[in-house]
Design a protein around this ligand. Structure first.
Ligand SMILES: Nc1ncnc2c1ncn2[C@@H]1O[C@H](COP(=O)(O)OP(=O)(O)OP(=O)(O)O)[C@@H](O)[C@H]1O
Ligand SMILES: [Mg+2]
Length: 239
């Protein structure tokens, strides 16, 4: 194993009396597609909020290459090369898709290429001139992906980016993820509930349940893991 690109060590988060993440360790290698799955409320979005600096962890550390991210403000983390999309996307609604990508690119010195090329990469070239508010929710998520790529990231955190897409769009999107990885060398850390897409696309899967990593491995191993099946079937006390 080489050195990790993005690595968390025993990361914890408590909200008042609620322990949402407990000693979560994870790694994403350069150019790797890693899925983060788990039932609703497992703590997936919270982990992304800690990585991207929107919330401080209550324990543990997170680093990107040689940089310690823990304690840095979100804009520094973004500039160091961690992009993200949100479970509920929030582009500038009155701006066109193309202008949203152009605005995102203003905040970096890295050269990610022309904005329209990024829109083409995510399959939105046809709606480049359309205000974001007229895009369906699924397209807004892909727009956020293009905006994240405009910052020239090393890794992008995707939070349920396939929710609301049709099966055909899901197939197209997973092809886009592979192209982003293959052509730009960008690693993806990807929260997703659309399980067949995860199984086809992710190289490694991390499973969170009640804020703890209960399983980690390749798609086949994870799909056959008894703890994972129990977590999804909700039989907490079964033998
Ligand atoms: N800012 C907050 N303050 C208090 N509790 C929070 C906060 N953010 C999240 N939580 C709680 O943390 C737990 C994990 O939430 P989180 O959104 O991380 O789950 P998730 O795995 O992303 O779920 P989903 O699959 O439904 O998106 C939930 O119990 C949630 O209510
Ligand atoms: Mg979530």
């Amino acid at each position: 194993m080489g050195s990790a690109l993005l690595e968390g060590t025993e990361v914890s988060k408590r909200f008042g009396g609620l322990q949402v993440l407990s000693r979560v360790s994870f790694r994403v290698d350069p150019g790797e597609i890693v899925a983060l799955i788990g039932p609703n409320g497992a703590g997936k979005t919270t982990l992304f909020n800690l990585i991207s600096g929107l919330l401080p962890p209550t324990g543990g550390s997170i680093r990107l290459g040689a940089h310690t991210l823990t304690g840095l403000p979100a804009h520094r983390i973004s500039r160091l090369g961690v992009g993200r999309t949100f479970q509920t996307p929030r582009p500038f609604m009155d701006m066109t898709a193309l202008d949203n990508v152009r605005v995102a690119a203003l905040f970096t010195e890295r050269q990610a290429g022309p904005a329209h090329g990024l829109l083409s990469l995510v399959g939105l070239a046809d709606v480049a001139g359309m205000p974001a508010r007229h895009l369906p929710a699924g397209s807004r998520k892909l727009l956020e992906l293009a905006m994240a790529l405009a910052l020239g990231p090393q890794v992008v955190l995707l939070d349920e980016i396939l929710a609301g897409l049709t099966p055909t769009e899901v197939q197209a999107a997973t092809g886009i993820f592979r192209r982003i990885r293959d052509e730009r060398g960008v690693a993806l850390f990807w929260v997703e509930h659309v399980m067949h897409a995860v199984m086809q696309t992710a190289e490694r899967i991390v499973v969170l349940h009640h804020g703890e990593v209960i399983c980690e491995g390749g798609p086949q191993a994870v799909a056959q893991d008894a703890r994972v099946l129990e977590a999804y079937l909700g039989r907490e006390d079964s033998s």
